[in-house]
Ligand binder design. Structure first.
Ligand code: VTB
Length: 345
């Protein structure tokens, strides 16, 4: 799966990021998202692959592009067997978020990214459009911290695993009313909190890398993005746990269906028999091979954002592969016009 796909997939996230970055700071989050979706889909459809969107922009009725179930890639065409190799004809599942952190992009804030995850058919959990309680931590703490433990307990374990004091830990939490108690508990335990307005995918993945000064992500964000974060953490060997949240009263902001009861019914109809199950990274991204790709839209902890110059632009992407066990940072200069000199700034 990886060899050629890994390279082409970089262009998919790059194109989405570039399209979205043109709308950075314009206060138009829906447009920033739409153009990313369009660019991502257009580039994906030029790849020799047989892909199916399992996490996307929504169900067919409310999303015209990259909707759940949409087939993408040259090898989904009727004459595919004539133009595609047997390898390319293997079905793959794709989870996308062409503009993760639309508000961040619209208001020129750090941390917006174009992201996706790929695995063979059935290799990614098709999460409903609910919320998810998340815990992400570095590889050293994998399987040692636990979402069922209190923040204080987890911070103590994390400190031991990283051989540092609790006061030397930084936890990212999204600034939401639902997290007020959690934030207080983390502070009371002695750790420091970095509050972000949006973009918990970047926050989760940052836990996997030393040098980001991010040691854990705690709190409730969207479930589909939780699967993409889990895919990246699975590839990195980091810790990720997620639990679906189906009760609107817990979330406080945002809509997740009409009622708790209706949401529970929806989960049951999807075959989720234990709605409170805690999923690990390996369960959310359980494929044999998993690939994560992201490209910075605005500057972030992991990657720089898109920079435009006269005659071109420059992007930075990250591709993490479970197969080759690589986290590849890719810096690309795109020459769209006739630059006087190709900028390396
Ligand atoms: C947002 C967004 C995150 O979850 O917070 C969203 O910024 C859900 O939370 O990056 P709200 O509805 O409370 O805003 C994410 O999209 C991803 O988990």
């Amino acid at each position: 799966m990886e060899t050629t796909l890994g390279l082409e997939i970089i262009e998919v996230v790059e194109q989405a990021a570039i399209a979205s970055a043109r709308w950075m700071g314009k206060g138009e989050k829906d447009i920033a998202d739409e153009v990313a979706v369009e660019a991502m889909r257009e580039r994906m459809n030029k790849i020799h692959m047989r892909g199916k969107i399992v996490i996307g922009e929504g169900e067919r009725d409310d999303a015209p592009m990259l909707y759940i179930g949409e087939e993408v890639g040259i090898c989904t065409q009727p004459d595919a067997d004539k133009v595609c190799t047997p390898d390319e004809l293997m079905e793959i599942d794709i989870a996308v978020d062409p503009c993760e952190g639309t508000n961040l992009c619209a208001y020129g804030q750090p941390g917006a990214m174009a992201v996706l995850a790929i695995s063979e058919k059935g290799g990614l959990f098709a999460a409903p459009d609910f919320y998810m309680r998340k815990l992400a931590a570095p590889p050293a703490a994998k399987g040692k911290v636990d979402i069922n433990k209190t923040p204080a307990e987890n911070l103590k374990i994390l400190a031991e695993c990283l051989e540092r004091g609790v006061d030397e830990l930084v936890v990212i939490v999204m600034k939401r009313e639902r997290h007020n108690e959690l934030i207080q508990e983390i502070r009371d335990a002695g750790a420091r909190v970095r509050l972000i307005s949006d973009g918990d995918v970047s926050a989760a993945i940052s836990c996997g890398f030393e040098g980001t000064n991010v040691h854990a992500l705690m709190g409730i964000g969207a479930a589909p993005e939780g699967v993409i974060s889990a895919a990246a953490m699975r590839c990195l060997g980091g810790h990720f746990q997620g639990q679906l949240i189906y009760d609107p009263a817990v979330v406080k902001t945002g809509l997740i269906g009409e009622s708790k009861e209706a949401n529970l019914e929806r989960l049951a109809s999807m075959g989720i028999t234990d709605p409170d199950k805690i999923y690990t990274a390996e369960e959310l991204a359980n494929g044999k091979n998993v690939l994560f790709a992201g490209c910075g839209i605005t500057p972030g902890t992991l990657m720089n954002g898109v920079r435009f110059f006269n005659g071109g632009y420059r992007t930075q992407s990250l591709v993490i592969s479970s197969q080759s066990k690589t986290a590849r940072f890719v810096d690309t200069v795109h020459m769209s016009g006739n630059p006087k000199r190709v900028s390396l700034v």
